[in-house]
Design a protein around this ligand. Structure first.
Ligand code: RP5
Length: 176
């Protein structure tokens, strides 16, 4: 049974949040991934959102770009926590998506993630931190993830101090 459900407004969103799937694989969390649009397939989206709880889903991640109504529409049909992922757009770089997802009316909350590189990753980690509230083993895995991340930063700083910033820029890429 999926613990997390990821819904995207279009398959064109998939590549942009692909790291989200990798995080769930890394944490061994079963998840489902679907494409369903708030505008192009409203009835299917409604049915999917209304039955998510029955399928065992505990957290929903909803990604959409532009007139990004999907997270809000999904949230209107379920009391499960919904994490909105704004997808980058050609027109406004995703600011349109952020504002569409962020400005929910009171009573129907959607947790909004940033646009860009950290979007899918943070959505997954935020979902995991919700699941970890009732799963001590997952909570430990999350602590470990943070600890590995801290060690990576410290190792990079050590290299920086050793080689100086000019060589560092030539030799090493950005933090991953
Ligand atoms: C939104 O419209 C989707 O989430 C996507 O980000 C955007 C464009 O969709 P396509 O025209 O690429 O299918 O609903």
């Amino acid at each position: 049974m999926p613990e997390v459900a990821i819904i995207m407004g279009s398959d064109s969103d998939m590549q942009k949040i692909a790291q989200c799937f990798e995080i769930f694989e890394e944490f061994n969390i079963p998840f489902e991934v679907v494409v369903s649009s708030a505008h192009r397939t409203p009835e299917e989206t409604k049915a999917w959102a209304k039955t998510a709880k029955e399928r065992g889903v505990k957290v929903i991640i909803a990604a959409a770009g532009g007139a990004a109504h999907l997270p809000g529409v999904v949230a209107s049909y379920t009391t499960l926590p919904v994490i909105g992922v704004p997808i980058e757009t050609a027109l406004l770089g995703g600011l349109d998506s952020v504002l569409s997802i962020l400005q929910m009316p009171s009573g129907i909350p959607v947790g909004t993630m940033p646009v860009g590189k950290s979007s899918g990753i943070n959505a997954a980690l935020f979902a995991i931190s919700i699941l970890a509230l009732s799963n001590p083993a997952l909570s430990v895995s999350l602590e470990n993830y943070r600890s590995v991340q801290s060690k990576k930063v410290m190792a990079r700083n050590e290299k920086l101090q050793k080689v100086g910033y000019k060589n560092y820029l030539k030799e090493f890429g950005e933090f991953k």
